[in-house]
Design a protein around this ligand. Structure first.
Ligand code: HEC
Ligand code: HEC
Length: 326
């Protein structure tokens, strides 16, 4: 602080304290004219109210005096009187540093475990998964739902059912979080036409054992063999390298009714999981991966989440509002 501003602040402090002190001494002594009925003679609200004269209560005077005194003590101990640093040498920066050190000391043992252990091992560490759960709510719930059961509008998969687009081991889950994923399902509406799309959709339904018109299924199978096997496999079990889902297990990214499947085939899909490396860093990503692993592999530790909290079709629950980035 420059000398000028320091002097200016000192001047303001002295002025304010001076005015306060003056009022404090002057107010109790000031003579208010009192009429014989004990009022000042001021009449308010057309005669309904008359202004009485009362002494300041003693407790109020005592309280004000002690506050006044405290003002001096404060200015002596802490920064406030211009550039004077206060006798205690307190600064907000030093206090922050001190609190950060305390916090780091609390975090350190947990972070050491996080850095040393595999995701699978961390999934059994209740302290780590509790933090992971909170971080999941903050960073993932907007898309995957507050209990991790996914969202068929965004194509964000259920993360707690131990069914995976990529794979369910700790390292693969961690890679999904750090680097993101993008599943690309091409659009076939142009190549197949409306009828062809219906046929192959019927065939996809039949793969999971659902009822579908037989002639559509037969024609659909031919289309499937030429257009779809490359990614979804001859038996429809998918391909974890491409993130092409298993079409036979009745678990659906985008919904498993005929209309949704036909829509997927006609228009294609490109579900995108953003890369969260920059936002989370390695440590936090490992902590969240441990929570996801624990939820999806119940044997690893925590019991699975309460499935009654998200609606069954995977719509985002009320807890899954989009979260501000940052
Ligand atoms: C913007 C929405 C969005 C956010 C935020 C998001 N995800 Fe995802 N996530 C997706 C989508 C969409 C996919 C599917 C990607 C695909 O189709 O290939 C996905 C895929 C995944 C997968 C792969 C699942 C599998 O079956 O292999 C994992 C694991 C995952 N997300 C975990 C997380 C975690 C943990 C977080 C928070 C740190 C998170 N995601 C945040 C949208 C999101
Ligand atoms: C280039 C590889 C590729 C080809 C070829 C392909 N798919 Fe896909 N398919 C994918 C991927 C990747 C996804 C996941 C999309 C996402 O993550 O958003 C997907 C998703 C789907 C889904 C949605 C599954 C769900 O769980 O909601 C259906 C249905 C589907 N494909 C059917 C087909 C059919 C039928 C064909 C052939 C006409 C086909 N796919 C051809 C890669 C492919």
């Amino acid at each position: 602080m420059s000398t000028f501003w320091s002097a200016w602040v000192m001047f303001l402090v002295v002025l304010n304290l001076g005015i306060t002190f003056f009022l404090f001494l002057w107010a109790p002594r000031v003579k208010i004219p009192v009429l014989p009925d004990g009022t000042t003679g001021h009449v308010w609200a057309h005669g309904a109210l008359r202004e009485s004269v009362r002494k300041l209560p003693t407790w109020w005077i005592g309280f004000s005096a002690s506050m006044f005194l405290w003002g001096f003590i404060y200015l002596a101990l802490y920064p406030g009187f211009g550039a004077f640093k206060g006798l205690l040498g307190w600064t907000s920066g030093a206090q922050l540093e001190q609190q950060v050190r305390v916090n780091d000391a609390l975090r350190e043992p947990i972070l050491q475990r996080v850095r040393a252990g595999t995701v699978e091992a961390l999934a059994g560490d209740a302290q780590v998964t509790a933090i992971g759960h909170t971080l999941f709510q903050e960073n993932c719930a907007a898309c995957h739902g507050s209990t991790g059961r996914g969202n068929t509008v965004l194509g964000a998969p259920n993360l707690v059912d131990d069914d995976w687009l990529y794979a369910g081991d700790g390292e693969t889950i961690l890679t999904s979080i750090l680097d993101g994923r993008r599943g690309v399902m091409p659009a076939w509406g142009g190549a197949l036409g409306r009828e062809g799309v219906n046929q192959v959709a019927a065939y996809v339904l039949s793969l999971g054992g659902s009822e579908a018109p037989e002639d559509w299924v037969a024609a659909g199978q031919t289309h499937y063999a030429t257009l779809c096997v490359a990614c979804h496999g001859a038996d429809g079990h998918g391909n974890p390298v491409l993130g092409a889902p298993n079409l036979t297990d009745d678990i659906w990214l985008y919904g498993g009714d005929f209309a949704r499947i036909a829509e997927t085939i006609r228009d294609g899909r490109a579900g995108e999981m953003p890369s969260l490396r920059a936002r989370l860093g390695e440590d936090q990503a490992r902590i969240i991966a441990a929570w996801v692993y624990a939820q999806s592999h119940a044997a690893a530790g925590n019991p699975p989440v309460d499935s009654s909290m998200d609606s069954p079709d995977g719509e985002p629950s009320s807890g899954a509002q989009p979260h501000e980035a940052g």
